[in-house]
Design a protein around this ligand. Structure first.
Ligand code: THU
Length: 126
């Protein structure tokens, strides 16, 4: 699986974003150590705080199917479906990534690839 292909899968997932309140579409494609891919989109709710981000949708789909070892996630998103600017993961999603992944986990954005260590250097771990 290439970074480019994983980003394409994230862009496909962004098309399925349910974002009628923010009109900000996000898609994610999560790669397991074994090569499986789980995609996710943001799913908003009229009770705003119940919204789930694309990254967490992908991670929760994977974990619920028995996959907990991941090597990378591609993320893309933007206002009105415009995916031309990089979309960085929010702190909540980084914290969920931290639950399952080590510092070398790769976060692939449209402006390049980062590690979890780079985007969240000091992380809470229970
Ligand atoms: N969103 C994500 O899907 N991922 C992030 O990391 C940040 C924000 C979504 C949530 C909401 O539906 C929309 O973007 C605007 O905040």
């Amino acid at each position: 699986m290439t970074d480019k292909k994983l980003l394409e899968l994230a862009a496909d997932a962004a098309q399925r974003a349910y974002c009628r309140y923010s009109h900000f579409s996000v898609g994610a494609a999560l790669l397991t150590d074994g090569g499986e891919v789980f995609t996710g989109c943001n799913i908003e709710n009229g009770s705003y705080s119940l919204t789930v981000c694309a990254e967490r949708t992908a991670i929760f789909k994977a974990v619920s199917e028995g996959f907990i070892n991941f090597s990378a996630i591609a993320i893309t998103g933007g206002a009105g479906g415009d995916l031309s600017s990089p979309c960085y993961p929010c702190g909540a999603c980084l914290q969920v990534i931290n639950e399952f992944c080590k510092g070398d986990f790769r976060i692939i954005l449209t402006d390049g690839s980062y590690t979890l260590d780079e985007l969240m250097p000091n992380r809470f771990k229970l």
